[in-house]
Design a protein around this ligand. Structure first.
Ligand code: NAG
Length: 206
């Protein structure tokens, strides 16, 4: 017993989903170690424990099950949201930019169109080009409830990056992360790498 982790004890007791939830919290907490508390009222902020179930559920929903891919996606979301403190762009304050992935307004429109419960609100909007700031922020607000906010990472990877990026991620996590960041339009800075290194460790990938 002493050598058994809590989660495998729970799994042995048939509480597999509770075990999975505990694992998810531990994993997300390791990747965003500062995400232990939020101000009151929380505003944009979520703790790792609050974010983890939504992250786990959305990975499943988008069919992202490979640990290399999950590590890379959570690393990106945790970095972009500054440990889940923000879900809208604060600096320089670009209207319509946000979610845990901190993606640009045009992606938030595409993401909104991909969510059955939200799609009806944006059917008339073909593009974000020329939309006023309040409209861009309204589109963002459609995709920032928790159940969607933490799904933007897996959505972006699976719909906006080529199959080659996923193949690379699956075969070599480091090369894959480079390709993934290229798809996102950023480079692997030391700060990004710090989140990525913690994510690799948390997911047990090398
Ligand atoms: C989205 O559309 C639904 C009806 O389909 C409506 O009830 C809801 O208020 C709309 N949401 C927003 C934020 O406008």
């Amino acid at each position: 017993m002493r050598f058994t982790t809590t989660s495998s004890v729970l799994a042995a007791l048939g509480l597999a989903s509770l075990a999975a939830a505990l694992d998810a919290v531990q994993i997300v907490q390791q990747i965003a170690p500062d995400a232990t508390s939020c101000p009151s009222p929380p505003g944009d902020c979520r703790t790792a424990a609050q974010a983890a179930p939504f992250i786990a559920r959305s990975m499943h929903a988008f069919g992202v099950g490979c640990p290399n891919e999950m590590a890379s996606v959570v690393a990106l979301m945790a970095f972009e949201s500054v440990g889940f403190k923000y879900k809208h762009n604060v600096f320089p304050g670009r209207p319509g930019q946000g979610t845990a992935n901190m993606q640009m307004a045009k992606y938030n429109l595409l993401y909104a169109k991909a969510i059955p419960a939200v799609e009806g609100n944006v059917t008339d909007i073909a593009s974000v080009d020329g939309l006023p700031d309040d409209r861009l922020n309204w589109i963002l607000s459609l995709v920032t409830p928790d159940e969607y906010n933490f799904g933007s990472g897996p959505w972006f990877l699976t719909t906006q990056c080529g199959a080659d990026v996923r193949a690379k991620l699956q075969s070599n996590v480091d090369d894959g992360f480079q390709a993934y960041m290229q798809c996102v339009g950023v480079t692997v800075t030391d700060e990004r790498k710090a989140y990525f290194d913690r994510a690799k460790k948390a997911f047990g990938v090398v």
